[in-house]
Write a protein that binds this ligand. Structure first.
Ligand SMILES: O=[N+]([O-])c1ccc(O)c(OS(=O)(=O)O)c1
Ligand SMILES: [Mg+2]
Length: 481
């Protein structure tokens, strides 16, 4: 019978944040169990160092430049979103009779009359906050029990964050302390209902953890060794444990592929309240490895052999892989993802030999900032980011302005995954040859790249911000239900 798919997607979680990736104080026993019993990736990439573009690529198998989800991210009042003519994983599976649900952070647009919400993108059901949970005033919200306010300011002058069920606002502002429980119960009900009906299902679970401001309910607050960030991460891990129990209890665990990864690198500017990129350089907002290489685990009990793979793979590859496993037709569009089944099921080589690194704000002027080919990575441009500030490495901070590298900075990511020691090309014809191949890849890729109309440049309209009492005045503060 066709396999079920559970896609667990963390937010702003770094390569070094999980116990199974070496963090000394994170408590992630359930993710560690998935890694121990499944395949742990060491070279798995997202496509953007920030949320919305990365999520567009995950769900379409195409770089964000093609779908138009660039530059930067979408906001509560954004006019744009992931275009409806893009085909998501949910839309690939629906024709095969799959039940589909999204639970958590959408961040691919709301638009007029909810035109870009998950229910318009192939998901039968949706429960979640449709963008980052700092995109609304949070200083009076409780992030930790009994009444510890959220840290910092978040975005003021906007409606408070709403919890939506399908296209209706259920709660505004959301109650963070029971949000993850609500997500867990909703997701568990979806699994149980599908299992009872013997209907194959796709659960997309983009948690808000561990995005700023960190929050956690009573089941995790104060229970980690790593403070607020660790508590939020523990809450996500608890939820994953519950979902595993439900999959097991309903008898579908052996027929379910579970994938876990994160949307972009850690927000280092949050310091000890932010994530950690492990040995990788910089983090969110940059095209150094810390911003783009993510923790990733594939688990399918009895089918995927436990182990570690060093093969290169990406969020782009999830749609083609799920399509091939379900026997679904691929969308008739330019796909950048490749089927990674042979990595998953036969410890084979990846069909992916290259990865393109676009910055937060891709443009046709500069094109890709960096390219990885096999073990080599060439940076044509580098730039720091506010999200990666406060670290000792000055190249990560916002003060590290856009720099052209000609010849490109070249790193050997096997010998130097931290991108500390650029390779000299002098008297190295072998490296010059590598650079020649990379330039050819860049030429071919950019020759085929047609930038879709920027959705984010369509700007924002305050009247599009979700408000549970649309007639109330004065906005946005009156939107409370
Ligand atoms: O890239 N950005 O311009 C950007 C702006 C606001 C965010 O809150 C953000 O963070 S994100 O939404 O988690 O990616 C990113
Ligand atoms: Mg993010």
């Amino acid at each position: 019978s066709p396999p079920n798919f559970v896609l667990l997607f963390a937010d702003d979680l770094g390569f070094g944040d999980l116990g199974c990736y070496g963090h000394p104080t994170s408590l992630t026993p359930n993710l560690d169990r998935l890694a121990a019993g499944g395949l742990r990736f060491t070279d798995f990439y997202c496509t953007s160092p920030v949320c919305s573009p990365s999520r567009a690529s995950l769900l379409t198998g195409r770089y964000q430049t093609r779908s138009g989800v660039y530059p930067g991210v979408l906001y509560p009042g954004s006019r744009g979103g992931l275009p409806l003519n893009e085909t998501t994983i949910a839309e690939v599976l629906k024709p095969l009779g799959y039940a589909t649900a999204a639970v958590g952070k959408w961040h691919l647009g709301i638009g007029a009359n909810g035109t870009f919400l998950p229910t318009r993108q192939g998901f039968d059901q949706y429960l979640g906050i449709p963008y980052s949970h700092d995109m609304g005033p949070c200083q009076n919200l409780t992030c930790f029990p009994p009444d510890v306010k959220c840290f910092g300011l978040c975005d003021v002058g906007t409606v408070t964050v709403p919890l939506m069920y399908n296209e209706v606002i259920k709660q505004q502002p959301v109650n963070f302390l029971d949000l993850e429980n609500a997500y867990r119960d909703f997701a568990s009900d979806f699994i149980s209902t599908s299992a009872k009906k013997r209907q194959p299902f796709f659960l997309y679970f983009p948690s808000h953890h561990t995005h700023y401001p960190q929050f956690a309910g009573p089941g995790a607050a104060g229970m980690s060794l790593r403070g607020p960030f660790g508590d939020a991460l523990l809450e996500l891990d608890n939820t994953i444990g519950s979902l595993l129990e439900t999959l097991e209890g309903t008898g579908v665990l052996n027929n379910t592929l579970i994938l876990f990864t994160s949307d972009n690198g850690p927000e280092l500017m949050r310091m000890s309240r932010g994530g950690n990129a492990g040995p990788l350089r910089c983090g969110k907002g940059t095209t150094y490895e810390g911003g783009m290489r993510e923790p990733a685990i594939a688990y399918w009990r009895g089918i995927i052999q436990p182990g570690v793979t060093h093969e290169m793979a990406s969020t782009l590859d999830i749609l083609p892989t799920i399509a091939s496993l379900a026997g679904a037709k691929l969308p008739q569009v330019m796909l950048d993802g490749v089927d990674m089944s042979n990595i998953l099921f036969s410890q084979g080589k990846s069909k992916r030999e290259t990865m393109m690194f676009y910055p937060t704000n891709p443009s046709e002027t500069y094109g890709v900032f960096a390219i990885r080919l096999e073990k080599y990575k060439a940076h044509f441009y580098t730039q720091g980011a506010s999200h990666s500030g406060t670290t000792p490495d000055q190249d990560c901070s916002i003060f590290a302005s856009l720099t052209v590298h000609d010849p490109p900075l070249l790193f050997d990511l096997e010998a130097d995954p931290s991108e500390h020691y650029p390779l000299s090309l002098d008297k190295r014809p072998d490296l010059q040859a590598v650079l020649g191949r990379i330039k050819k890849v860049k030429e071919q890729f950019e020759g085929s790249m047609v930038f879709g109309e920027s959705q984010i440049s369509k700007g924002t309209d305050p009247s599009l911000e979700p408000c549970c009492s649309p007639q109330c005045e004065p906005k946005p503060n009156c939107c409370h239900c």
